[in-house]
Design a binder for this molecule. Structure first.
Ligand code: ZN
Ligand code: ZN
Length: 259
């Protein structure tokens, strides 16, 4: 057979040849694959996918099923028995999920459709994730992260959050294209599970001051103390002084303590 019968992408028979707006023709199967890749790589949930001709990268918003079959070419190619057979096999195996959007009614109410669809989508996601949320809560996890179905979650994150607030009293829901995080309670954890003692700087500063004052003393007598113990010790002592002298602020109280 001539080159006209071969898809320039998969090098197989040009079965169900479809035409891009630029005029290039490739087989339907390759077009579907290419569109699917574009859809998957469109990271922004609210952005329309921009499809590209596989041959010249010409951009279009039309999905593959809106691009016409190249009937002229098909009529010529179908005369070949092998091609005809390949076409029949393809049609037989093809999913019959081709959307039928050719008859869009005039004045279609998009706001009503989107409101209904969002409610449906929210309820469906809620039903899916609730058992996992309950499990996580039972395991004492203060928050969980969802990394799948993110585009759908993003679409209805506001509704989903409202439902989880009202029905399950969660603290926070955060949704992005990379993850959805549901916090049951406020928690001060960092993502690396790294915790820093905020009073450490203050404590080591005081230690340096002490060292300056005790310069004449033997350093060997300096018993190293656990930071945590120091922290608790300082707090307890300051509180004791404060109880006796309630008008004093903490730095003054500490000064008194050192004297
Ligand atoms: Zn192809
Ligand atoms: Zn093209």
């Amino acid at each position: 057979m001539s080159d006209d019968s071969i898809c320039p992408i998969c090098k197989d028979y040009l079965v169900e040849p479809r035409i891009y707006e630029c005029g290039h023709t490739i087989c339907e199967s390759c077009m579907i694959k290419s569109d699917k890749t574009v859809k998957e790589n469109t990271l922004n949930t609210f952005q329309l996918p921009v499809y590209k001709c596989c041959l010249c990268r010409h951009e279009t918003l039309k999905e593959w099923f809106r691009r016409p079959i190249n009937h002229n070419l098909q009529c010529i190619l179908i005369k070949n028995d092998e091609y005809k057979k390949a076409t029949e096999i393809y049609k037989k195996n093809k999913d019959e999920e081709e959307p039928e959007y050719d008859t869009i009614p005039q004045g279609i109410n998009l706001s009503r459709i989107v409101t209904r669809k969002r409610r449906e989508k929210c309820n469906q996601i809620y039903k899916e994730i609730l058992p996992s949320l309950v499990n996580a809560a039972l395991e004492g996890k203060p928050y969980i992260t969802i990394t799948t179905n993110l585009k759908n979650i993003q679409c209805v994150a506001d509704l989903l959050a409202k439902k989880l607030f009202e029905e399950n009293k969660i603290y926070k829901l955060q949704s992005s294209s990379r993850e959805c995080q549901i916090e049951f309670i406020p928690s001060n954890r960092s993502y690396q599970c790294e915790y820093i003692n905020r009073r450490y700087a203050l404590l080591s500063q005081n230690r340096h001051e002490d060292e300056d004052e005790d310069e004449d003393e033997d350093e060997d007598e300096d018993v190293p103390m656990d930071d945590n113990a120091l922290d608790i010790l300082a707090t307890v002592t300051v509180n004791n002084v404060l109880n006796q002298l309630p008008q004093l602020t903490i730095p003054i109280a500490r000064q008194q303590l050192n004297d």
